[in-house]
Design a protein around this ligand. Structure first.
Ligand SMILES: NC(=O)c1ccc[n+]([C@@H]2O[C@H](COP(=O)([O-])OP(=O)(O)OC[C@H]3O[C@@H](n4cnc5c(N)ncnc54)[C@H](OP(=O)(O)O)[C@@H]3O)[C@@H](O)[C@H]2O)c1
Length: 330
């Protein structure tokens, strides 16, 4: 099967497996990027918000300086933070990301979220009101998008896209964009399979990237504090009996089964790992194929909206933002 997805606006080949880096800091992310590159990864997903671009940049520089890789071989994604979604701030945040990554251009720049907060200039983070709610900035994402398009024209980014947009928002963006979004990055795993969004993307020729493709198991503590989850309520997709039994049948790990289920449907995956064996496993998906029956078994694990982990409600008051993308009843 093919290991890349061709992007619609520029024909760029985006590797179908990339390394996720959220919550990976300093030594861990440097190690992970090194191991990933050694094991054939050519796609790295980061964001201004992850506060790790400088560490990734250090590793890339070493690889370039020692001629182990060329810039053209790599596909690097970063994201405009939700406190930067306004025309006057796009270039500023893009340039900060480029500087930290020590790169002249990005392969993909995503608007991280459709909603936006005012910027606290001192802390370079969202402005918080006295009552603890986030200060909502209702700038239209179409206006922000126009400046992202400018970055493509200037050659600073090759492709642009969005993350965490719902179908209506994506459709509206598509209809109004001069340069169409090449990629939609959303939460997507066996418990939240996003069929409707994926169908829309297919129709619009937009590639889909699955974030948290394993269900973000390492973030359970992070979520239990932010969302008031009981730890045992956190979804354990890797431990689902069907996933475990398929892993046994194919002689693969549960993680490989979940990732293969997605890439076999042309969904790009960006699993995060800091562990050598798992980094290797997560890209080692191309020497087996799930049968149509086994694909169907995994399809039935879909819980729809109930399977969503990321609601972003820890941004207090975000549900009142006109561009909050998810069902407010959830
Ligand atoms: N656009 C957005 O809003 C958004 C939101 C969330 C995430 N993302 C992106 O998507 C990436 C992936 O999502 P994620 O980090 O939330 O979750 P994930 O990739 O689903 O899961 C990562 C966790 O699973 C463990 N793991 C990795 N491979 C494994 C395997 N084969 N078997 C068992 N466990 C495994 C990792 O632990 P070890 O490190 O110990 O292996 C880590 O704790 C992020 O890193 C980020 O780049 C984007």
């Amino acid at each position: 099967m093919k290991k890349t997805i061709k992007l619609a606006t520029n024909g760029l080949e985006m590797p179908i497996v990339g390394l996720g880096t959220w919550r990976a800091q300093a030594q861990e992310v440097e190690n992970a990027v090194n191991l990933a590159l050694e094991n054939g990864y050519r796609h790295i997903d980061t964001a201004f918000n992850y506060n790790n671009e400088e560490f990734i940049g250090n590793v890339l520089k070493k690889w370039f300086d020692t001629n182990r890789i060329t810039r053209e071989e790599l596909f690097i994604t970063s994201k405009l933070p939700n406190f930067g979604n306004r025309p006057s701030d796009v270039e500023r945040f893009l340039n900060l990301s480029l500087k930290k990554l020590q790169l002249d251009s990005l392969d993909l720049y995503l608007m991280h979220m459709p909603f936006s907060f005012h910027l606290n200039e001192t802390t370079m983070s969202p402005l918080i009101n006295d009552d603890g709610t986030f200060s909502l900035d209702t700038t239209d994402y179409l206006d922000t998008w126009k400046v992202m398009e400018e970055q493509v024209r200037k050659g600073v980014v090759k492709s642009i896209g969005v993350s965490n947009f719902n179908s209506e928002q994506l459709q509206r963006l598509y209809e109004n964009a001069c340069i169409k979004p090449d990629v939609l990055q959303v939460e997507l795993h066996a418990y939240l399979q996003q069929k409707e969004l994926r169908d829309l993307c297919k129709k619009l020729n937009i590639a889909v990237t699955a974030y948290s493709p394993l269900g973000s198991p390492g973030a359970n503590k992070h979520f239990s504090s932010k969302y008031d989850y009981e730890l045992e309520d956190f979804p354990d997709i890797l431990g689902h009996p069907e996933v475990k039994s398929l892993a046994e049948k194919y002689g693969k790990s549960p993680g490989q089964i979940l990732l293969r289920h997605l890439v076999q449907q042309d969904v790009i995956v960006i699993p995060k790992s800091g562990n050598e064996q798992r980094i290797r496993d997560n890209i080692n998906l191309f020497d087996f194929e799930l049968t149509p029956e086994d694909m169907e078994k995994l399809d039935t694990l879909d819980r729809g909206e109930r399977g969503r982990i990321f609601h972003f409600l820890f941004f207090k008051g975000v549900e009142n933002h006109p561009y909050y993308p998810f069902n407010k009843k959830d």
